[in-house]
Design a protein around this ligand. Structure first.
Ligand code: BDR
Ligand code: CA
Length: 309
């Protein structure tokens, strides 16, 4: 399957890219970067570092939007560190970003492939995707699926009491994507908060006889410093990799087709995903909303893929 990853790396974003590169079922056509966890310049550097770590400098990285559609940028350096990659000091990249804006790359790639052939993994704020949809409305019929780590139902929020970070940063973009009619799979906090990055799980990554495994373990150890203390669990949540894991093995996850809308009108609940889990409104389903995961099997799959580097 052909995918593009739209991302704001971020340690867990980098692991998502690595999993895609390690998986023969997936052809990663390119990575597009967006402002989110860190500014877009830093996010682009981090994506390039990830390609070099993986030994895949041939996969293009295109820099994208440097701020959300309407709101000022909110970052997550309190979770990911100043560079977004704290925990491991990777060398500066020797490769450069590919020429051309991320939005142009998204449009060109989707329009240049058969209808439905391209899946977009959206693991940052959805600014680039919303801009692409506004520039080329035909994308609505051409994008096969958007698989996004974002949103929440029973876990509610991680950046405000009612909002998940990726949606909160650009709620207007998320609303455009959810209203587009493109099939969406959402991996929300309900799932990601069950994949604790426990010491035992990270020790398996660290013990892999390659460079990638220990780097991923150190990255996630850093990320969990903030998150595990906050939630009182035996590890931090694991967010973005669930998108690629779902593409590889959808039967690891359980959820329902439901209607999801994004709050853009109230400052108090800005970016909240309003999930009609019980079908109360009769609004048509627009999202496959996942809420459960076979966690041990998911970690086995990650470990097996990282071992391939
Ligand atoms: C999301 O926010 C970011 O900090 C993570 O990379 C993930 O995409 C989790 O809310
Ligand atoms: Ca992310």
């Amino acid at each position: 399957m052909k995918i593009v990853i739209d991302t704001d790396p971020g340690q867990d974003d980098a692991l998502t890219i690595l999993l895609a590169l390690a998986s023969p079922e997936i052809e990663l056509l390119g990575v597009t970067t967006v402002a989110g966890n860190v500014g877009v310049r830093q996010a682009t550097i981090n994506a390039l570092k990830t390609m070099e770590l993986a030994g895949r400098p041939d996969v293009p990285v295109h820099a994208g939007a440097e701020r959300p559609l309407l709101r000022p940028l909110v970052n997550a350096t309190h979770v990911h560190g100043r560079t977004g990659f704290e925990g491991v000091d990777l060398p500066d990249p020797t490769i450069e970003a590919a020429p051309g804006h991320a939005v142009d790359f998204l449009i060109r790639t989707v329009m240049g492939n058969a209808p439905g052939a391209i899946t977009i993994c959206a693991i940052g704020p959805m600014t680039n995707i919303a801009l692409a949809l506004s520039r080329e409305p035909a994308l609505r019929e051409r994008i096969g699926r958007i698989v996004t780590m974002s949103g929440a139902f029973s876990e509610v929020g991680n950046i405000t009491p009612t909002a998940e970070f990726n949606i909160y940063v650009d709620p207007h973009a998320a609303a455009i994507v959810l209203e587009s009619g493109i099939p969406v799979t959402m991996l929300p906090l309900d799932v990601t908060h069950t994949l604790h990055t426990s010491d035992a799980r990270l020790a398996r990554f660290a013990a892999l006889p390659n460079r990638v495994g220990p780097v991923v373990a150190d990255w996630l150890r850093f990320e969990k410093r903030f998150e595990a203390t906050k939630y009182g669990t035996d590890g931090g949540p694991l967010h973005d990799p669930n998108t690629v894991l779902w593409l590889l093995q959808p039967d690891l996850y359980r959820g329902r087709e439901v209607n999801v809308q994004v709050e853009t009108g109230s400052e108090l609940t800005m970016g909240m995903t309003v999930v009609d889990w019980w079908g109360i409104t009769k609004r048509p389903a627009n999202v496959l909303f996942l809420r459960e995961c076979d966690v041990d099997a998911a970690y086995d799959l990650i470990t097996e893929r990282l071992a391939r580097f």
